[in-house]
Design a binder for this molecule. Structure first.
Ligand code: RIB
Ligand code: CA
Length: 317
């Protein structure tokens, strides 16, 4: 049984990742922290609370993390997001349901630190949003880097274009300074970046099965209706198909053999006029050897067929 702690920005694919984790008997979810992303902290937290509640797991501590990025202004991103929600007939990005659960009193950064420090070498950290909470935890308690068992982190794009700028992936772009602190912390990192994030795509039929699988999946589809429709609309040729996204990072923690890693040194651009948020890797070619001890297993490929089956089977079980 792998003990995991999940840090999430409560997006559609984060909720799918949470459902996969909570439906996996080989994972024990020890705690969850939330942070803001394309929506504010309150909306993200409510989605997480609703998901956990609807799966009957009120035993899991959920704590709110940091609202404001250390190094990026997300105002315009949220305005653009609101337009999509409004286009789908909603007045805001608020959760459609008021959660019955509440976050624990402890702040998210504190809960993350305590969970890792009290269980040295035991806890796998899974990050699905910007790295603001994790970097805040590392600044408060640097020893955490050596106490965590391993980290599976969704973020970055080294060998492929970014999804937010031509070179930056959203979770890194959303807080480049935090990402830099994270990659330079000494934590044992497996990076699930855009090289693999976009590979698992479920068909419209599979999503239709997932949608009605349980109260949490039904909630997720209703809550993210406008966003799901928008994303599916980007790929008309997939006929209702869509990427599974963040859930792959949970899949990697469940079964690392799904992923093909390459060891390298990753750092983050924090100041570039055009390149802020870019993840830069050394040690992947002899032209650019690693200046320091490699810090990352960069996943360059994945067995998406096997992951898709695992995802659908567990989420619909
Ligand atoms: O770039 C993709 C990432 O940004 C995913 O984690 C998605 O949920 C958003 O946080
Ligand atoms: Ca996310």
């Amino acid at each position: 049984m792998k003990r995991v702690f999940i840090d999430t920005d409560g997006e559609f694919d984060d909720v799918m990742a949470l459902i996969l984790a909570l439906k996996s008997r080989d994972l024990s979810v020890e705690g969850i922290t939330t942070l803001s992303g394309i929506r504010n902290l309150r909306d993200s937290t409510d989605d997480v609370l609703n998901t956990v509640e609807l799966l009957g797991r009120s035993d899991i501590p959920i704590a709110e993390g940091v609202e404001v990025s250390m190094s990026q202004d997300l105002t315009q991103t949220r305005r653009d997001m609101l337009k999509i929600w409004r286009g789908g007939g909603r007045s805001s990005t608020k959760a459609i349901r008021r959660p019955g659960l509440t976050p624990v009193k402890e702040d998210g950064v504190g809960l993350m630190i305590r969970t890792v420090m009290e269980n040295p070498g035991e806890v796998t950290l899974i990050t699905l949003g910007a790295l603001t909470n994790v970097a805040s935890a590392l600044l408060r308690e640097p020893r955490m880097a050596k106490r965590v068992k391993e980290v599976y982190s969704m973020g970055g794009a080294v060998l492929v274009p970014g999804n937010t700028t031509p070179v930056a992936e959203f979770n890194i772009w959303g807080d480049p300074l935090a990402a830099r602190i994270f990659f330079n912390s000494g934590m044992p990192i497996t990076m699930v970046g855009l090289e693999t994030y976009y590979q698992p795509v479920l068909s419209g039929d599979d999503w239709a099965r997932v949608r009605v699988a349980n109260p949490a999946t039904r909630y997720c589809f209703e809550n993210f209706g406008p966003w799901f429709k928008y994303l599916v609309g980007l790929h008309p040729d997939w006929e209702g198909g869509l990427q599974v996204g963040d859930a792959l990072t949970v899949g990697a923690a469940i079964d690392p053999s799904l992923m093909t890693p390459r060891r390298c040194f990753v750092d983050v651009e924090t100041k570039g006029e055009l390149t802020v948020g870019q993840t830069v890797a050394y040690g992947l070619s002899s032209r650019h050897p690693s200046p320091k001890e490699p810090n990352t297993d960069l996943t360059v490929d994945c067995d998406w067929r096997r992951f898709n089956s695992l995802f659908v089977e567990r989420v619909t079980s």
